[in-house]
Design a protein around this ligand. Structure first.
Ligand code: SAH
Length: 491
């Protein structure tokens, strides 16, 4: 089949502001060629899995000339690769998508173009400004504030426009835009909003009147990218600003779990408005996999017990390499914590015994009257698993336990400039590792949330006493505590 280039828009802001169609195109691509104004989380998923080319342009500072990007696309298409050209926002709005498509056509390369949410759609929404509103604004116009020398340079003709004006790439030219509009007859009392980093949880929105704006703002206070909006619907933003009213809006929240594990939590925190800073303090290193494989080959147990989501994943990944799920037969399955239970269920298995709380003692309370000395119990676990459950089960049953992973401490620091508002700790080892690598000062004046009593004790051992902790140890409950705390703080 002939290869094809698909030019797509990634949307703006939140990584989920992408269409299903574009997401599918990315999944199917061999090569992704992407620009600067794209949420990097979209690309991160494909690191190491696809050929990625960054061709981003920074104002006046081109990483790769347009001509070279065009040639690169043709070359790869001719090599038979499926290439997705990923652009910020929509590829046909101030993005040269049409120029690139024309070039492909001239060179006999098949192409398709998929739309994306443009900056105006996303940023006005997240600033609480509707693009149109009955009886208030009947139209909207997107204008580029940045013109080539041979283009019409004047904005005067928009001075009498009665709908919503949205300027892309306009901040550098704000003086001229405002002066032209006023010269063109615009009312100086017209509402204006400047939206910086729109659609991200650290967005900044500044509102004013057209005649005041030039004296009130300094360009450097509005990190790029920025969008300028002028029109009556700006006035609705106090009532419609759901985005900045979310409970964690613009709070810098640190989480310390390893990337894979922290995903759900990170996603939920982001949805609630937080800027999540992920500083994993340990990585998961598989170990004893040959022994595990051998144990699975000869699997004959009455109970299979999981203490963590990682042990579930490693166990079943290993099992499914060679066998199918019948290999574990009629074994009874037990899990510590709801997360662990859920991961087991994702393998289409029911969990017979579990504790809601992520603590071994709670699961053991359920098991100790059931398990008998002759019962064969299999317990794959981490090298950091507390001895408690291993010792109890060894007394109570015929136990085979195996360390299947290590938690290696990550010594490299993640750089973050933001002042932290909150830090969430999910285990004693992450507390110890974090403090070892970043120092205790990194937690000065930071609200600390701990998943449970054991983690809290470790924090206290480091002299950190002002801790919020849910009654039942689970990440859902921890998140609830975070929400509650900031809800109260707001009121
Ligand atoms: N194709 C893109 C626009 C690219 S031009 C689209 O459809 O949105 C780049 C301009 O888009 C920036 O100068 C800025 O004006 C606007 N822009 C992009 N992302 C933005 C963001 N997160 N917040 C505010 N403006 C943004």
């Amino acid at each position: 089949m002939k290869s094809k280039v698909i030019i797509v828009g990634a949307g703006i802001g939140d990584k989920d502001n992408i269409t299903v169609k574009v997401k599918k195109a990315l999944e199917n691509a061999d090569v992704i060629v992407y620009d600067r104004l794209i949420n990097h989380d979209i690309i991160r998923e494909y690191e190491g899995k696809k050929e990625l080319y960054y061709v981003g342009k920074k104002a006046s500072h081109h990483t790769m000339a347009q001509e070279d990007i065009n040639k690169l696309m043709v070359k790869m298409a001719n090599e038979g690769k499926n290439l997705v050209r990923l652009k910020g926002g929509d590829p046909y709005i101030f993005a040269r998508g049409s120029e690139e498509a024309l070039f492909l056509k001239e060179n006999g390369v098949d192409f398709e173009v998929y739309p994306g949410l443009t900056a105006a759609t996303v940023c006005l929404n997240s600033a609480g400004i509707p693009q149109t509103h009955r009886n208030i604004s009947q139209s909207v116009t997107y204008i580029t504030g940045h013109r080539e020398n041979d283009e019409d340079q004047s904005f005067e003709k928009y001075g009498k426009y009665d709908g919503t004006l949205v300027f892309y790439m306009g901040l550098k030219n704000l003086d001229k835009i405002i002066n032209d509009l006023l010269a063109g007859g615009m009312d100086g009392d017209a509402d204006i909003a400047i939206i910086s980093k729109g659609g991200y949880n650290n967005q900044k929105v500044f509102k004013s009147k057209v005649r005041f704006v030039l004296t009130e703002i300094k360009e450097e206070d509005f990190p790029s990218p920025t969008l300028i909006v002028i029109g009556k619907t700006v006035g609705l933003s106090d009532d419609l600003n759901y985005f900045e009213n979310r409970v964690l809006f613009n709070k810098n929240v640190l989480i310390t779990r390893s990337l894979k594990e922290s995903f759900d939590l990170s996603q939920r925190l982001t949805e609630l408005g937080a800027n999540v800073i992920n500083a994993p303090t340990f990585s998961i290193e598989y170990k004893n996999l040959d022994i595990l494989e051998n144990d699975i080959d000869n699997f004959d147990y009455d109970y299979l017990i999981f203490t963590s989501t990682n042990s579930v994943r490693i166990f079943f990944e290993t099992l499914l390499k060679k066998h199918d799920i019948r290999k574990i037969g009629k074994v009874k399955i037990a899990a510590i914590g709801l997360k662990t239970k859920r991961v087991i269920e994702s393998f289409n298995l029911k969990v017979d015994y579990y504790s809601k709380e992520g603590v071994a003692e709670k699961l053991y309370e359920k098991l100790f009257s059931i398990i008998k000395k002759e019962d064969k119990v299999y317990l794959p676990h981490s090298s950091l698993t507390r001895p408690y459950i291993i010792d109890r089960l060894r007394e109570k049953s015929t136990l085979r336990d195996l360390e299947i992973y290590d938690n290696e401490i990550i010594k490299e620091k993640v750089n973050f400039d933001e002042k932290l508002d909150a830090a969430l700790f999910m285990s004693s080892s992450s507390v110890n590792n974090f403090i070892e690598v970043y120092g205790k000062d990194a937690l000065k004046d930071v609200k600390i949330f701990s998943i449970g009593a054991i983690t809290s004790q470790t924090l206290k051992d480091h002299g950190l006493n002002d801790i919020i902790q849910p009654k039942i140890a689970s990440s859902e409950n921890l998140l609830e505590e975070v929400e509650k705390y900031y809800e109260n703080e707001k009121n």
